[in-house]
Design a protein around this ligand. Sequence first.
Ligand SMILES: [Zn+2]
Ligand SMILES: [Zn+2]
Length: 144
Amino acid sequence: MKVDKKEVIKMRQTNQCATLQEIGNRFGVSRERIRQILSSNNIQTKNYKWLLRYYCLECGTELVGHGRANRKFCSVSCCNSYKRITVMCDNCGALFKRRASELLWYPNIPAHQPKHSFCSRKCLGSYTGKHYGFGAHPRTCKKG
Ligand SMILES: [Zn+2]
Ligand SMILES: [Zn+2]
């Protein structure tokens, strides 16, 4: 699945304390994928937890006065926004935000790492039709 590389880089630069996993969660991809994006752009992949400074995972605001408690966000709205990941529709290329649990995936099996994401059912149907046509994979088409 595609991610907005610029956004990944921006998040690393504004939030030096975020782990690769935390960045991955933001974009709905694995830690390894984030590492690949960062290292291919010559950007530091390690986080700076040792700085003992904490930044909001969503907007990058420094969290002052919260100590080392598990504070990750400056506000509830940032927390909600973090959970709404930005993904690109594999069919029409539009960027959209949605909760990971509400995304339309193909294959639509939660246990599998999602390969493709779609902005609408129409795009999901159109893409699946084009790439996994009825003739090619009759079994996977039954459910959709
Ligand atoms: Zn924030
Ligand atoms: Zn679309």
